[in-house]
Write a protein that binds this ligand. Structure first.
Ligand SMILES: Nc1ncnc2c1ncn2[C@@H]1O[C@H](COP(=O)(O)OP(=O)(O)OP(=O)(O)O)[C@@H](O)[C@H]1O
Ligand SMILES: [Mg+2]
Length: 388
């Protein structure tokens, strides 16, 4: 109140402070209000705490009902999501079977399909454990090999989840595990190089896969020198075919591996179809029987924008190397004519027969003539063994 109005101040005003030209007052009522306001925040916090605790306690009484409801909603949400994608993307109901036959007609990769601007090209699969155990899939870079491998694995997983699958027809066998060896990774901090990581994973697969498993092998053996890589990939394929009998999709750039199909009726060669048009490569992304006739690696590299000079020089070098590759293929072919892994084990057993015959021999009890005859016979067997 300014000094000129001080005489109008009522008696219940209590003086608080004197300023140069005015006096400040408060009243009992204002004081009470101030106290109320100051303590209100504290009260809000404690009241809120009490309310939340009460609410929590009353919710706790319904724990069982709430958990049951949550589970129900969870399942409903999942089935709803399955139904929505299945309808939106035209998935079909797979038949789950126990007859070990994997049959997919017009399979698609659900994620790649969704992200593509152009239409996704569907592909079929027909694998089992008696007739066709393995597909060896060749084809240029970018032709769709990895996509195909993954789409088959995803369709099998989706069917096991209870979802419809991106295909027009599917028979999915009950599968115990899906093993995948895909991509290049390393862990130098744990002392594992790229190739070592590849081999560790491959070893894990060879040890644990069964005839009810699905194997997705994307370029096994590519992490090392060509001959070693082919040899490892080849031996793994033989082991799967002879010992594990797991349905296997094997993508590779080593065309030499397609030779396995010549000696093993359980293997089919497939390749991703491409066409050449005015010197350019056109990816048709269709899986067809047979082996890819060219690798087109330099064509694909050219598409990436590598300097023209590098591409031209690469073509020159490739020409020289192709001659050497033809020689390698010839060597592999002649190797095929020799024994495969398992026949070799049998051969070893037959050479043991000679040892058996010798150890069971009573040397002091036979005549010189009998000894000479036996020596001729053993020599004949050894010659036979070395000759095969
Ligand atoms: N069936 C398909 N229909 C349409 N597009 C496809 C199909 N399959 C693959 N693609 C497209 O091609 C691209 C390359 O495919 P992918 O990586 O499978 O090739 P790749 O043969 O494994 O090549 P690389 O030998 O270099 O590993 C994919 O990212 C996808 O965009
Ligand atoms: Mg690939």
């Amino acid at each position: 109140v300014t000094k000129s109005h001080l005489d109008k101040v009522p008696s219940y005003f209590i003086r608080k402070q004197t300023l140069q030209n005015a006096e400040r007052f408060y009243t009992e009522e204002l004081k009470e209000l101030e106290e109320k306001l100051l303590s209100a925040e504290e009260k809000i916090v404690s009241m809120e705490k009490e309310i939340v605790e009460n609410l929590r306690n009353s919710v706790l009484d319904f724990t069982r009902e709430i958990v049951a409801l949550t589970n129900f909603i969870k399942e409903l949400d999942l089935i709803q999501a399955f139904a929505e994608v299945s309808r939106n993307y035209k998935y079909t109901k797979p038949a789950i079977t126990t007859d070990k036959r994997l049959l997919i007609k017009d399979g698609r990769h659900p994620v790649v399909e969704k992200n593509l601007k152009s239409p996704f090209i569907p592909n079929d699969t027909a694998l089992d454990t008696e007739n066709t155990i393995m597909y060896i899939i060749t084809g240029p870079n970018m032709s769709g090999k990895s996509t195909y491998l993954r789409q088959v694995a995803i369709i099998v997983i989706m069917a096991h989840m209870g979802c419809f699958v991106p295909a027009t027809y599917a028979e999915i066998p009950l599968t115990d595990r899906i093993f995948a060896r895909i991509g290049a990774s390393d862990d130098i901090t744990k002392g594992v190089s790229t190739f070592m990581a590849e081999m560790l994973e491959t070893a894990e697969i060879m040890r644990n896969a069964t005839s009810d498993s699905l194997l997705i092998l994307d370029e096994i053996g590519r992490g090392t020198a060509t001959t070693d890589g082919i040899a490892i990939a080849w031996a793994c394929a033989e082991y799967i075919l002879e010992r594990i009998k797991a349905k296997t999709l094997f993508a590779t750039h080593y065309h030499e591996l397609s030779e396995i199909a010549r000696i093993n009726p359980h293997v089919k060669n497939y390749h991703m179809k491409v066409a050449e048009w005015e010197g350019n490569i056109v990816f048709l992304r269709k899986l067809v029987e047979g082996v890819a006739n060219k690798s087109y690696g330099i064509h694909v590299a050219a598409l990436s924008g590598l300097p023209k000079e590098i591409i031209e020089r690469a073509k020159e070098i490739a020409g020289q190397l192709e001659r050497k590759e033809a020689e390698l293929l010839e060597r592999v072919r002649s190797n095929v004519k020799q024994l495969n892994l398992f026949e070799r084990v049998e051969a070893k057993k037959s050479s043991c027969k000679i040892c058996e015959e010798l150890t069971s021999l009573d040397i002091d009890g036979i005549t010189p003539r009998e000894a000479l005859n036996l020596l001729y016979k053993l020599r004949e067997e050894v010659d036979k063994c070395l000759g095969s």
